[in-house]
Design a protein around this ligand. Structure first.
Ligand code: ES4
Ligand code: ZN
Length: 326
């Protein structure tokens, strides 16, 4: 078997995936019809044609608009099951999945509807293929600290279903420091925290995520290579970075895959993982990210083995389960 085929079939964990970003146009149209919603696109093709992004915000505008078709517990179940089926086909045996409750509660969808639906999808997928998955409740950083605290309060009855907390949405102008107190409250619940930092934002935001939010992983972090001292620290601490190659190219963080900082990050001994972010919007699931990276960089088998070992090491599964996978 060649290196690519082995990489595709190797057991791996996916640690950076927004469930709302796995909403395929076909499912979006089906849910719009089921929920009798006037969807502002004429066809699946017209919607796909709108996937022409110039930066993070241009994507987020469409991503939030499409999420409007998600209304019932069944919708969230169907979305989750569809993602986990595709992930399992790419060799994913464990996924830690972000969801944005504020995108839904702001539209009058109850927190319980979102979480119960997503958990039902996780249970169905596990029964089908054995894949395991947990949820990361992510706060929208363009909203206020007060709104984040209100969301945390609404989630209280469901915290047994929340493995960790995250921070996503528009990065520029919304530094991690804005959520220092929210994240302290999350950590006081005994849960790990992660944050998007250094996707579009500067290395200073990565320092803030480490020092103020006390994250266990940095989501993206690809701009760390602009700061040698930061790279040295991330390597020394073996701080995991959840890199999303196709996302970075689609959102113009890098002009093309060959310009991605991934090889430099690996050369600097960083704990890199590869993930799909918003696969319905960015050109594919984990398998397609692996194919695109291999086409650009032609990694050897040991590098792929290291990346997938990192994915389990960086996950929030038990030490015993890590030992079994690594
Ligand atoms: C996101 Cl790529 C990205 N960055 C920040 N927030 C997000 N939410 C969904 N995808
Ligand atoms: Zn993301």
């Amino acid at each position: 078997m060649d290196i690519l085929q082995r990489a595709l079939s190797c057991p791996k964990a996916e640690l950076h995936l927004h469930i709302e970003g796995s909403l395929e146009p076909e499912l979006a149209f089906a849910l719009a019809q089921r929920n009798r919603i006037d969807f502002p696109f004429a066809s699946v093709e017209a919607l796909r044609a709108a996937y022409d992004f110039s930066n993070l915000q241009s994507f987020l505008d469409l991503y939030y608009a499409c999420a409007d078709v998600l209304r019932s517990e069944e919708d969230f179940h169907d979305l989750m099951l569809a993602y986990l089926r595709r992930a399992a086909a790419d060799g994913v045996s464990h996924a830690e999945i972000m969801f944005d409750p504020q995108t839904h509660t702001a539209r009058g969808i109850a927190m319980g509807t979102v979480i119960k639906g997503l958990c039902a999808g996780i249970d169905a997928a596990r029964a089908e293929s054995g894949i395991s998955a947990t949820l990361i409740l992510s706060f929208l950083r363009h909203l206020s600290e007060e709104e984040a605290f209100a969301t945390l309060r609404e989630a209280e009855p469901y915290l047994q279903h929340v493995a960790a907390f995250g921070l996503d949405s528009s990065e520029m102008g919304h530094p991690p420091s804005k959520f220092e107190r929210v994240f302290a409250a999350c950590r006081a619940l005994g849960k790990p925290v992660v944050a998007h930092a250094g996707e579009e934002g500067p290395p200073a935001y990565i320092y803030e995520a480490l020092d103020l939010l006390k994250v266990s992983r940095i989501d993206h972090g690809v701009r760390c290579t602009e700061d040698a001292a930061l790279v040295a620290r991330l390597a020394q601490e073996q701080m995991p970075l959840t890199v999303c190659p196709l996302s970075n190219v689609r959102l113009c963080v890098f002009k093309e895959m060959r310009q991605h900082s991934l090889p430099a990050m690996l050369a600097a001994d960083l704990c890199v993982t590869i993930n799909s972010d918003d696969p319905a919007y960015f050109g594919g699931y984990l398998g397609n990210n692996i194919r695109a990276v291999q086409e650009a960089f032609n990694f050897d088998a040991a590098t792929w083995a290291r990346i997938f070992r990192n994915s389990f090491q960086a996950s929030f599964i038990s030490a015993a389960d890590k030992a079994a996978w690594c």
